[in-house]
Structures are given as structure tokens and as C-alpha cells.
Design a protein around this ligand. Structure first.
Ligand code: SF4
Ligand code: SF4
Length: 437
């Protein structure tokens, strides 16, 4: 993996959802909880149709090596278990739960003594998801060798132009974030925590310093800043930027002794350890000119887009609009309002008709902008060509697996080529034979 200098896309820092605390979504009548968080992370139902559950009842457990514990987001009755489409276009089992209005809650058992072993168990038990890879967090720490990290970074905000989940939690749930960081320090045996902020958030960093000093936290920490340039908060780029080291097929994060967590993972970890709360909700940034109440929402796992629209308010549901699942650079249009919001949803944009172009693609004009901007020094135009030709050898030769799916190439392409989407399709779904033709 080659990172000689740092490419990417610059934006003005103009996030519209910062400075407002997280709003919990109101209870819904029905939840359709997906049993998958990422393509390789599937879980299997452990409840049956007709079962009564509480908010926090375990309803799914890992199937295979990468699965996640999944908990009911509501107290109610299991109405159905069936295959259904997910936001990434695949299918997985969903558990349909009807809210019974009783608001019964089932917490995790008390953790007992806090040690690196019990903390890793709690990470797994609570169903915490890594904020960067979107895989279950415990996977990073479940190897049996010595866990002795030299460097633990906690990402406190995002260089994404829209998403503000981490900075919102860092500001309004600072105590939980700081305590969660301490638990990650226990797991990793890192000598200190490095909190990473973008330069735009220097004031928040000052607040953090003050908070740690006033609450007399008993641990060493440092603060580092990165430029507000997308996608500098990607784990590979951040590592190179802050340590000068590259992660590659030969040298993993583990071998480099570096691990990166986010404010949201720390928040969830603290709640799991101190309040015995499993993860049943996801904090999601809602933005766009076609939504009335922009902000960060705590959304229960399995809420449909349709229900979300009713809550956040769309001025005119009949008007032409586009809903983007994901942020400006790597989101994808969502057309099925019955799809569930899951524990890996980060940003949802409601765009007005004039905020997006419905022009489709034009022919590549070989301008080279896509490769100029690619932070991984790939050639997206040639990768797309190999995808369309179904040429797997060429895809490998062009190092398709080094793509970090940042979306920069599609964003700058004047011909509006679907570069990132095709690369993702080729990487994960093997949709390369005559793909897109
Ligand atoms: S090829 Fe991948 S890493 Fe490069 S700009 Fe496109 S999405 Fe980002
Ligand atoms: S940016 Fe678009 S038009 Fe330019 S070379 Fe890349 S794919 Fe072709």
C-alpha cells in the first residue's frame, strides 16, 4: 500500500448538524431488524416467531467467524423472521418485532471485575461495532497473542463534509467517550491515549483537556490535529499521516502496534461496561435541503426509512427528491422506503430535486481527475474498464483491494461515472462478468 503524499478532497467546514445534542427517535410500532451488519458479518436468529422480547433481549448471535450479537431494540413480540433486502442491495434474515408499548428493558449482566479479558468479552457481548471498519469491534482484539499496542488513537470528529456523529458525542457525551477510551486503553495496554481532532475542532479539544483535568481521570493522554480534508480520517491514511507508517498486506495494524477507535465506539463501550447496555441504536446524521429537522438522531436498529421520514419531516413527500444512504461522497441512492436502518448507517441525506443531477453517465474523457485525487494512488478509470470487461486478473493487477471506497474519484469525475460503486461491486460481489453492460 503506497501513500507518498496525501490526496483527497477539500471542503469548507460547514456542517449543519454540529452543536446540537443527539435526539432519540420516538418509538415505532414495528422494527425489522437485519441479521447482518456487513457482507461478511452475518448473525443467526436465536428467537422464534411468537416469542416475547424486551429491549435488550439477545435476538441474533454470530454465525461464522465474523458475526455480531444483535439485540432487540424494543419490547414486543416477534411477528416474523424472513429474508429481506438490505440497504447495500443484498439479502439477509430480518426479525420483525411489534412494539407492545410495555417498555420492558433487559440489561446485560454486570461485568464484575474489570480486566482486559472481561472488557474484550463485554465488547463482544454488547454487540459493539468498530466505527471505521463497520465490523464487530471484538474481532480486532480477539487474537490470543500479547496485546501490547504502542499507539491508541481515538478519532473525535470526522473529515466527512456532512457527518458529525463523533464530534456530537465528543461534545455532549464527553464523560462516556473519555471513560470508553480508558477501557480501550485497558484492552490494548497502550501507555496513553491520543485523541485526534480536525484543526476545525480546536475548541472541542480544549474542552476535552479541561474535562479530563477537572474530573481527575487517572490516565495519560495526548491530543493531535489533522487537516479537515476528506478522507484523512480513514484508518489507513490517518496511520500514515500521524505515524509515517503504512499498513499493508505484509504489515497489519497489529504488527505496527497501532489501533484506532472512534468517539462513538468509546461511547458504546462505556455504556456497555458502566450501564450494562447492549447496542440497540445507532447515532445517524440526518441532513439535506429536503428535511425539516436536521440533526443527529439515536435510531433504533430496524427502523424503516418510511418511519424515519415521518419523524424528521419532509416538506412535501410527493415532490421529487432523492434519499442518500451514506454521505455526500460515498452514499448511494435509496429507493425502497421499507429498507431498515441498521447499526452501520452513518448519514442519511434528503436532497431536493435541484440538489442532485439526474443526468446519468457520460463517456470518460480521460481527464485523469479520478487518479489525481485517489488517496490510494489507484487508477479508477482503468479499474472501471477492467470491471466492465470482466477482467479479474487486471483488477488484481490494478490493486482493486487497496481501494478504501472513499468516493473521491466519483465525486470529481466530470462524466459522472459510477466508479466507486463499480469498484465496490467488483470487490464484494464478484459482479464483474459483463458488469454494468
Ligand atoms: S479508487 Fe477507491 S480509494 Fe481511490 S478515489 Fe476511488 S473510491 Fe477512493
Ligand atoms: S475523472 Fe471521469 S472522465 Fe476523468 S478520467 Fe476519470 S473516469 Fe474518465
Amino acid at each position: 500500500m503506497r501513500l507518498v503524499n496525501f490526496k483527497g478532497v477539500s471542503f469548507l467546514h460547514n456542517k449543519k448538524t454540529v452543536g446540537i445534542d443527539v435526539t432519540p427517535l420516538r418509538p415505532m410500532d414495528f422494527y425489522n431488524v437485519p441479521m447482518k451488519v456487513k457482507n461478511i458479518s452475518e448473525s443467526e436468529p436465536v428467537v422464534n416467531i411468537g416469542d416475547e422480547v424486551k429491549e435488550g433481549t439477545l435476538i441474533g448471535k454470530p454465525s461464522g467467524n465474523f458475526g455480531l450479537n444483535i439485540y432487540s431494540p424494543v419490547s414486543g413480540r416477534v411477528l416474523n423472521i424472513f429474508d429481506k433486502i438490505t440497504s447495500d442491495g443484498g439479502y439477509c434474515k430480518h426479525i420483525l418485532i411489534m412494539n407492545d408499548g410495555k417498555n420492558e428493558i433487559q440489561d446485560l449482566p454486570d461485568i464484575g471485575s474489570v480486566s482486559d479479558v472481561t472488557l474484550i468479552q463485554r465488547l463482544k457481548q454488547a454487540g459493539i461495532i468498530d466505527g471505521l471498519s463497520n465490523l464487530p469491534s471484538y474481532l480486532k482484539y480477539s487474537y490470543t497473542g500479547s496485546r501490547s499496542y504502542k499507539t491508541l488513537f481515538i478519532l473525535m470528529d470526522s473529515t466527512d463534509p456532512i457527518n458529525s456523529v463523533n464530534e456530537t458525542l465528543a461534545e455532549f457525551k464527553m464523560e462516556e467517550v473519555v471513560n470508553g477510551a480508558k477501557y480501550f486503553m485497558n484492552i490494548t495496554n497502550a501507555p496513553y491515549v491520543t485523541f485526534v481532532f480536525t484543526e476545525e475542532n480546536a475548541d472541542l479539544a480544549k474542552k476535552l483537556k479541561k474535562h479530563i483535568s477537572e474530573t481527575k481521570k487517572n490516565y495519560d493522554f495526548k491530543i493531535k490535529f489533522i487537516p479537515f480534508k476528506y478522507p484523512f480520517d480513514n484508518q489507513y491514511i490517518l496511520t500514515k499521516l500521524l505515524t509515517g507508517k503504512s499498513v499493508s498486506k505484509k504489515t497489519s495494524f497489529l504488527e505496527l502496534g497501532i489501533t484506532i477507535e472512534t468517539a462513538e465506539s468509546c461511547y458504546n463501550f462505556c455504556r456497555a461496561v458502566e450501564f450494562n447496555k447492549p447496542v440497540t441504536r445507532k447515532i445517524v446524521t440526518i441532513d439535506g435541503d429536503n428535511v425539516i429537522r436536521k440533526g443527529n438522531y439515536s435510531i433504533q436498529n430496524g427502523v424503516s426509512f418510511e418511519n424515519l421520514i415521518d419523524f424528521v419531516g419532509i416538506p412535501n413527500k410527493e415532490a421529487q427528491m432523492k434519499i442518500i444512504d451514506g454521505s455526500l461522497l460515498k452514499g448511494k441512492a435509496e429507493y425502497n422506503m421499507d429498507i431498515s436502518i441498521s447499526l452501520t448507517t452513518n448519514t442519511i441525506l434528503f436532497l431536493e430535486f435541484n440538489e442532485y443531477a439526474e443526468t446519468g453517465e457520460f463517456n470518460c474523457i480521460s481527464c485523469g481527475k479520478c487518479s489525481d485525487v485517489c488517496p490510494m494512488f489507484l487508477d479508477p478509470k482503468r479499474i472501471e474498464g477492467a470491471f466492465l470487461d470482466g477482467d479479474t486478473n487486471e483488477l488484481e493487477h490494478l490493486k482493486i483491494n487497496s481501494c478504501i471506497e472513499c468516493g473521491c474519484c466519483s465525486y470529481v469525475c466530470p462524466s459522472k461515472r459510477f466508479l466507486t460503486q463499480r469498484i465496490i461491486d467488483a470487490k464484494y460481489y464478484g459482479r464483474i462478468k459483463n458488469g454494468g453492460k
